[in-house]
Design a binder for this molecule. Structure first.
Ligand SMILES: [Zn+2]
Length: 99
């Protein structure tokens, strides 16, 4: 279970957020547009709270969010792998031979 699912007790502000959108689909589109920024911590705290609240109430978006969350974690794990010294030497040699 994700951390954000435990943070929905306080619903203040959500009605204001929902009022900005004319339909549930607008809310979904907004959440979808911001899912990457949300996962990368690039939203303001207020904006992130609004996304969290929407995800807690919308099955369509939470399913999409979970897929994106897994992809993001996978990419982050891949970035932690370091190339061996042998590979570095070979890549450096290839780069310098093409200059
Ligand atoms: Zn939604």
């Amino acid at each position: 279970m994700s951390d954000f699912e435990n943070e929905f007790d306080d619903a203040s502000g959500f009605d204001d957020y929902a009022a900005e959108f004319s339909s549930d689909l607008d809310l979904c589109a907004h959440a979808l547009r911001n899912v990457h920024a949300f996962l990368h911590g690039e939203l303001s705290e207020e904006e992130a709270d609004m996304i969290r609240r929407h995800l807690s109430a919308c099955e369509r978006c939470i399913d999409n969010f979970r897929v994106e969350e897994q992809i993001t974690k996978l990419i982050q794990r891949c970035c932690e792998v370091h190339a061996s010294d042998t590979l570095r030497v070979r890549v450096r040699a290839l780069i310098t031979s093409n200059i």
